[in-house]
Design a protein around this ligand. Structure first.
Ligand SMILES: Cc1cc2nc3c(=O)[nH]c(=O)nc-3n(C[C@H](O)[C@H](O)[C@H](O)COP(=O)(O)OP(=O)(O)OC[C@H]3O[C@@H](n4cnc5c(N)ncnc54)[C@H](O)[C@@H]3O)c2cc1C
Length: 312
């Protein structure tokens, strides 16, 4: 490990004890069960901790990867140089006045937030109940499903700026587009990255029965159309006017396997870990799908998932 990382490790251990781990297997923190060792790994549970750890890492010029659940990430077999911060800052407050809304910390699981809102008769997040990931990850990727997305709900979010200030920004600031935002593509924690600390989402009152019916319908649709088990998905964004899954299927690639990674028979835009897959297997399968679709249909598919860690 570099001297900067070692110096950071000593400071973090003094602050947080055995919550700081050296050479931590990232596969243990990825729903895909893939990824090599992180030089340093720490789980934070409060915003003060998150901010303090990011500031220490910046002082030591140590690269940082901030992750929520890792559900949109393919982590390299070579692992991650520098520090991985796992965001477990969770908590939601529901405001039930004439302008109902949810204020939640960025490490809150979006599915739990959606369930809590549903319980109190607040509608707007039913699409998120079956989706893995945290509020922070959703706000970066503009996560969505069944015709809705988090951008539809965001009122404002509090960010940690690259210079270490806490500022609230309105939804327009995020420049949301389909599965994209001004935060996506900038490694969270890097010098010029903004970190989402917490957010306020606007919701609507509805009958709990109606909300539960919608949740049940969406969950049934997910179960019918998506695979279970360790998977990466959606791997590609849908190209304008088409579906990445349809194109991969039409290219004859459903069920195609490289090493331990397989294109799902259920939904071709989900790639499965059959048990012993490594990140390189997924990269090879992604390239195969991208090149075959380009050659057959002349369509360039863009990745929705993000690669993290050390790549060639
Ligand atoms: C089975 C399955 C089903 C899925 N279904 C859907 C779906 O229906 N719709 C959909 O949109 N996606 C879906 N996804 C993808 C994934 O669930 C979403 O992208 C989710 O929002 C990722 O959240 P996360 O917390 O895991 O983010 P991560 O994967 O941990 O991180 C994603 C990015 O956000 C950054 N980041 C995370 N937290 C913060 C923060 N607080 N501040 C700044 N940056 C941050 C990370 O550095 C990284 O760049 C699915 C994935 C799987 C495996």
């Amino acid at each position: 490990m570099s001297p900067n990382v070692l110096a950071l490790e000593a400071e973090l251990v003094a602050m947080m004890g055995d919550r700081v781990r050296r050479h931590e297997p990232m596969a243990q923190h990825s729903p895909l069960r893939v990824g090599g060792l992180a030089d340093l790994w720490v789980a934070v549970v409060t915003l003060d901790e998150l901010i303090a750890v990011v500031q220490r890492a910046r002082q030591h010029c140590c690269p940082v990867l901030l992750i929520g659940s890792g559900a949109n990430l393919l982590v390299s077999d070579k692992g991650v140089r520098g520090l991985v911060i796992q965001n477990r800052c969770a908590g939601t407050t529901l405001i039930l006045d004439e302008r109902p809304r949810a204020c939640a910390l960025s490490g809150t699981h979006l599915a739990s937030l959606a369930r809590l809102a549903a319980h109190y008769g607040l509608s707007g997040l039913e699409w998120a109940v079956g989706m893995p990931g945290t509020l922070g990850g959703a706000l970066v990727n503009n996560a969505g499903a069944f015709g809705s997305c988090i951008a539809d709900r965001l009122v404002r979010a509090e960010l940690l700026t690259p210079s270490g200030e806490r500022v609230w920004q309105p939804a327009e600031w995020f420049e949301y587009r389909y599965r994209s935002s001004r935060l996506k593509g900038v490694a969270a924690g890097s010098e010029d990255a903004f970190i989402v600390l917490q957010a306020e989402l606007g919701l609507e009152r509805a009958s709990p029965l109606e909300i539960e019916e919608r949740i049940a319908r969406f969950n049934a649709q997910r179960k019918r159309t998506q695979p279970s088990g360790a998977s990466l998905g959606s791997v590609f964004k849908n190209p304008p006017g088409d579906y990445a899954g349809r194109l991969i299927e039409a290219a004859g690639l459903k069920g195609r396997q490289i090493g331990g990674a397989r294109i799902s028979e259920h939904h071709a835009n989900f790639f499965l870990n059959t048990g012993q897959a490594c990140a390189a297997d997924f990269v090879a399968l992604i390239e195969l799908a991208r090149e075959t679709v380009r050659a057959r249909f002349g369509v360039e598919m863009e990745l929705e998932i993000q690669r993290a860690g050390e790549w060639e």
